[in-house]
Write a protein that binds this ligand. Sequence first.
Ligand code: NAP
Length: 247
Amino acid sequence: MLKDKVAVITGSARGLGKEIALMYAKNGAKVVINYSSDSSKDNAERIVQQIKEMKREAIAIQADISNHIEAKNLIDEAAKAFGTIDILVNNAGITKDMILLRMTEEEFDRVVAVNLKGVFNCTKHASRIMLKKGGSIINMTSVIGLAGNIGQCNYAASKAGIIGFTKSAAKEFASKSIRVNAIAPGFIETDMTDVLPETIKENALRNIPLNRLGYAEEVAKVALFLASDLSSYVTGEVIRVDGGMAM
Ligand code: NAP
């Protein structure tokens, strides 16, 4: 479905990003793995190796996407390596949960810088390259951006911001054949949710009609749909992948 397309996936050495990168490679894409922490370098290299074993091309690039210059370097290096960029998945994201009364300015600023400004940084640089022949941009928001959540004012604000950003960018770029969509996952099993206490997971389960947490692969399948021609008439959309949690 993505034969010879070039895809950049931010935060793809683990979690949802890793699953999306593998799914894209399986479907024929050349993949750029991005990571920010030194501790994710080995993981990133392992995924590159795994993709090469599928006889597909991949490289790993370290960049903190909240930094405008590092995000530019990521996109420039990716385009230099593979000649163009067809797909950008703005997946990287963090949480720093705290009730609002105790939330520090640093906790608010950092979450917004990575989750929202990171989307601006990468989209701005990559869209310039996509102007020539179109492309697909997929932004990872969250059901928390739709519904809010106690202890997550910073995260919810960043994810709601991504939805407004997605719709505005979709309108701006539609005439250039660049589609911009968002995925809003619910409760998916990754490092981000592993750290949550059992009581929170049990509470969440009660609100999920499908009665289980989601798997990263289930988000990756929707990311594949949005990246491919199967969604050629879909732009400015937010697709929930949440087992019915936020309906
Ligand atoms: P995760 O396992 O915690 O992985 C987060 C990824 O983001 C890591 O690859 C990390 O890179 C990367 N990252 C963090 N800060 C970065 C920065 N400054 N620059 C570049 N990369 C950075 O999280 P996940 O569960 O896979 O979540 C992926 C996305 O889905 C996030 O945007 C998250 O908000 C969203 N989401 C997740 C869920 C869920 O239930 N899991 C639900 C809704 C939305 P390093 O490895 O280098 O640290």
